[in-house]
Design a protein around this ligand. Structure first.
Ligand code: UD1
Length: 340
């Protein structure tokens, strides 16, 4: 019997990798995506990696009727909810779009869990809920949350709050917030990966697009921070590991008898600076990466990385791949895109 799992935003960057991991572990992923921030190329890549046509519904999950039809059609084992806007800078310019899309989408999905008796739910949260860590830069799930800097950050922060209140009112559900650190890399086949629309905001797509010649240089946003080399430090997690964390989370939830709400950090436990990323990229690909040091970017966290022990203890998951793997795979994906 098919074990259907709804993957909202399943044609996106993390969603598409998770669709593959789900199918590999015996689930039947059902993608709900309206392609406003996804690309046909990823769909073709999915087909070729999966070896079959994915179950795909081109719907906007903010539209209640479309979601109702979907929940009527399948008896889902669980829902993994990715569909959301994710650009920090854009969220400052278009806060209402971010609140509308990210919060209405979440609320709709949670309503359908209730009405259609679907118990297991995984939410795409972010380490942004920790803000700039005070003191210790390694954060665990018990590190107090702080108010975010951007509307995007607030949608994750408020998303967790909505889920907490939903849990209080309907404690039978099994709910998990996965707090991602910085997702990077691509599928080792180089057939799916990150597909930023327009100029990338995040570091890795900017690195690979600079190396391929789309931009003359990378700008490092500040090298005068109080870190080991002056540039900011993040915990970069390979998207393959991240995808597997979702399946581990779902397996865990399905095996629980009682309702629960947990938050789990999804990172490697290691911090890497922006300058270290540049050096590693050049080392791994043999390609030079021109860069300049620019001013600091407003709202940037100086240094943060995960304490990743809870993921290991609770879910039996830990990252297997390192930053070199991620850079190699991201570069192969960029090179594949250049052939299209
Ligand atoms: C941000 C969000 C994070 C969100 C992610 C999704 C915050 C504090 N962080 O992560 O919650 O999940 O976006 O998009 O809200 N950098 C450069 N040059 C560039 C681009 C980036 O030096 O051209 C540096 C940044 O200053 C930062 C690092 O690279 O130190 C990573 O930046 P980025 O990829 O944008 O991710 P975050 O800001 O960590």
């Amino acid at each position: 019997m098919n074990k259907f799992v709804l993957v909202t935003g399943g044609a996106g960057y993390i969603g598409s990798h998770t669709v593959i991991a789900l199918q590999q572990q015996g689930y039947t992923p059902v993608i709900a995506d309206d392609f406003r921030n996804a690309n046909q190329i990823v769909l073709e890549g999915l087909r070729s990696i999966l070896g079959n046509e994915p179950l795909l519904h081109r719907i906007d999950i903010c539209e209640d009727q479309a979601l109702t039809r979907l929940f009527d059609q399948y008896q889902f084992e669980g829902v993994i909810h990715f569909a959301a806007y994710k650009a920090v800078g854009e969220s400052v310019e278009k806060p209402l779009d971010y609140y509308q899309n990210n919060l209405v989408g979440l609320i709709n999905v949670l309503r359908h869990l209730s009405t259609h008796h679907v118990k297991n739910f995984v939410f795409s949260s972010s380490c942004t809920v920790y803000g700039e860590p005070k003191g210790e830069k390694e954060v665990s799930e018990t590190t107090p949350k702080q108010l975010p800097e951007s509307p995007y950050g607030y949608t994750k922060w408020m998303g967790e709050q909505i889920i907490a209140d939903f849990h209080r009112s309907t404690p039978q559900h099994k709910l998990m917030n996965l707090r991602y650190f910085n997702p990077v890399g691509a599928h080792p086949s180089a057939r799916i990966g990150e597909f930023p629309i327009g100029k990338p905001n995040n570091l890795l797509p900017f690195v690979t697009q600079t190396a391929i010649g789309k931009y003359p240089h990378l700008t490092i946003f500040g090298a005068d921070y109080p870190t080991r080399d002056g540039s900011c430090i993040r915990d970069y997690i390979h998207v393959q590991d991240l995808a597997e964390a979702h399946v581990a989370a779902l397996n865990f939830l399905i095996n629980q008898e009682d309702g629960l709400l947990e938050a789990v950090n999804i990172g490697t436990g290691r911090g890497t600076s922006v300058l270290e990323i540049v050096a590693a990229f050049e080392r791994v690909t043999g390609h030079s990466l021109p860069y300049i040091i620019g001013p600091r970017r407003q709202g940037d966290v100086i240094e943060i990385y995960a304490n990743a022990t809870k993921g290991e203890q609770l879910l039996g998951w830990k990252s297997r791949l390192n930053i070199e793997d991620a850079l190699k795979d991201a570069w192969a994906w960029e090179q594949y895109l250049a052939t299209l």
